[in-house]
Each structure stands twice: as C-alpha cells, then as structure tokens.
Design a protein around this ligand. Structure first.
Ligand SMILES: [Cu+2]
Length: 353
C-alpha cells in the first residue's frame, strides 16, 4: 500500500511540476505551429484513450460523455428469460438457495474530464477523472417464482482517477509508436448500497484498488487514410479494503479512418476487451441477486464501432475538436449469468492550445 501511495504521489508531483514550465514553453511555439492546418484524423476514434501525444508545451482539455447499455441475460451464449435466471441461478450465501433478484437492464453514463500536457516532445502527461451514474432495472421473484413489478436502483458519484504518461518510442512522418504507462487511483466508491446490504460488484463506482495500466499505441497515415492499433492492460496491484480485486483485463483496438476534408474524418474500429472477474469476495455483498456472486463477473466482448471526428483550423474555433462514436457488441462471452452488452455511445470535445 505504501509503495503504491508513493508511486501515486510521485506521478502526481511529476504532473504538477510540469505545469510550472508551462508559461515558458508556451512562448516557444512558432508562428508555423499557430497557422498550420489541424487534421481531424490526427486523433483516433473518440472512444480510444491515450491515442495521441502533444508537442512540447501544448495543453489539451477533454470532455467525454459515454453511455453504455446492457440488456437481457445470457449464459453460455444463450439468452435467458428473467424467470429462467431466477429458477436456475445459485445463491451461495443463502437461504434462499436461488437468486430472487434478476436484472433486466443496466445503463451506465459517464462524464469524463481529462487534461493532457506535454513537458517535452517525447513525453505527454495525462490526468483523467469521471462522474458516473449507473441505473439498474431488476425483477424480484417470490418463493413461488412469480415476478413482482420491476424496480429501479441507481448509484452515482466520482469514478477512479487515472494518471498517465505517454512516452514516444518511434516517430517518423507516417508512423508513430508510444508507450502508455498509467496508474488508476481508487477515488471511486466501493461502498454503494443496494436494497439489502451493499450493491452488486457491477454497481460500484470504482475498483477500490490501485491499478497499473501499461499499454502500447501505434498510429500511421498515408494521404487521407489513417490507422492505428492499441493494446492496454489493467492490473490490480492490491486487494481493496473489502478483500477483492479484479483479475487482469485487457483492451485491444484496431481502427482506420478516411479524411474527406482536413476538418472531417470518419472511422471504423474493432475492439476486443476483457474485464477480469472479481477475485476474492466482499462479505457486505450478500443479497440473493445475480450480481452478488463473483462467479457472475468477468467477460470478453468484441465491439465494432463507427465514428466521426471534426476539427477546425480557423478563427475562434481553431483547435476545438468534436467527435462521436457508436460501438455495438458483435460477440461476447460472460462468466456465469450476466446482462448482455448492447452498445455504447461516446461524444467528445477536445481543445488543445
Ligand atoms: Cu490530447
């Protein structure tokens, strides 16, 4: 715990120190940089994080709104009705011996605020924070397996904080490679309550753990076509205060875009990600609901996305970027019984100066 705190403090001070040099660096920007054309495809699809670096002294602020929809239950690739889930899913902390609370839908919306700053051409620092709202609709079954009216519950608050450094590894006119080194700090709550005890793992707002976030990003371009790939992992460094952590997860992305005019590009993205299962158990999560059992956590999802990037090079809108991406799940496998991922929308605004 001490080492992780020291690491966190170190990264935070690194970030703060670099802010000091901002004023000086700002003056070094040449007239050429000020008048250059900014290309829409200079950034990856908006759902990809840490895809680009900045030039020395450059800042960026970013706001993203993400909305994810999950609906319907699946097990072993089969759709299950709420009653099928209730009559066939074990509740290990019983009685009762079967789950009584079955989710039918879950919406997650997230507001993300990000800052980037480049103390040099080879290092870009990034800080990200978020506000989350999770809403879950469930059906409760009585002892005769008859459904009661659907009920809704939600949790909301600050999510985990991410501190990252992007380090350039290879830079050429049409090819770029950088390492993503990050740390996730447990600012998100893992104490959210439900109707009975703590809410399920999926309804909590943070991991409760310090997570190491290594990754690598490649981007390339030729004329009006740009492409890229990114692989990232999430490794929990400790067990949280409720005695669990998530197993290692990963997120792999491939994308390509076409630029119609300098200000507008459209993209396609293929994403394959794994969310690690809950390792350990929070004894405060014991209600007879599907999401209370770590056996019903962890999943692999393959998503396909289409997106649009917009940027202006002129006037007062110079440097302001707007982007939009819609991802839909094309394949997924879940451990145990879980809600099925449907789609995800991301809207983003970015401004570099
Ligand atoms: Cu940026």
């Amino acid at each position: 715990m001490k080492i992780q705190l020291t690491m966190a403090t170190l990264m935070a001070s690194l970030f703060l120190c670099s802010l000091k040099t901002f004023a000086d660096a700002k003056h070094e920007q040449t007239d050429k940089q000020k008048n250059s054309i900014i290309l829409a495809d200079g950034h990856a699809p908006i759902g990809v994080m840490g895809d680009h670096m900045h030039q020395k002294g450059e800042w960026m602020i970013a706001y993203r709104f993400m909305k994810m929809d999950m609906k319907g239950n699946i097990r072993d690739g089969q759709d299950l009705s709420p009653r099928e889930v209730a009559t066939s899913t074990n509740h290990p902390y019983g009685p009762p011996s079967l789950v009584r609370m079955v989710p039918t839908e879950m919406d997650t919306s997230m507001h993300m605020l990000g800052f980037m700053y480049a103390p040099s051409d080879t290092v870009t620092l990034a800080l990200g924070t978020s506000y989350l709202k999770k809403t879950m609709t469930s059906i409760m079954f009585n002892m005769m397996n008859n459904p009661m009216p659907a009920s809704e519950m939600d949790t909301s608050g600050i999510g985990d904080t991410k501190v990252k450094a992007l380090i350039s590894l290879y830079e050429q006119t049409s090819h770029h490679l950088h390492a993503n080194i990050g740390l996730s700090l447990p600012s998100g709550s893992i104490d959210e309550n439900g109707m009975m005890g703590r809410a399920g793992y999926g309804m909590q707002l943070g991991t409760g753990t310090y997570d190491f976030l290594p990754g690598i990003t490649y981007t390339g371009s030729a004329g009006q076509i740009a492409w890229g790939g990114q692989a990232k992992a999430t490794l929990a460094l400790n067990n949280n205060k409720h005695d669990y952590k998530r197993d290692t997860g990963y997120d792999a992305n491939l994308w390509a875009s076409y630029r119609f005019i300098p200000a507008l590009s459209a993209s396609l993205r293929l994403q394959h990600k794994k969310q690690g299962k809950i390792n350990g158990r929070d004894s405060g999560i014991f209600a007879p609901m599907v999401g209370a059992n770590p056996d019903n956590t962890g999943r692999k999802t393959t998503n396909l996305g289409v997106g649009v990037n917009l940027v202006s090079s002129h006037g007062i809108l110079r440097g302001h970027r707007f982007a939009f991406e819609w991802l839909t799940a094309v394949d997924q496998s879940v451990r145990g019984v879980q809600l099925e991922m449907q789609d995800m929308l991301t809207f983003g605004y970015q401004y570099a100066f």
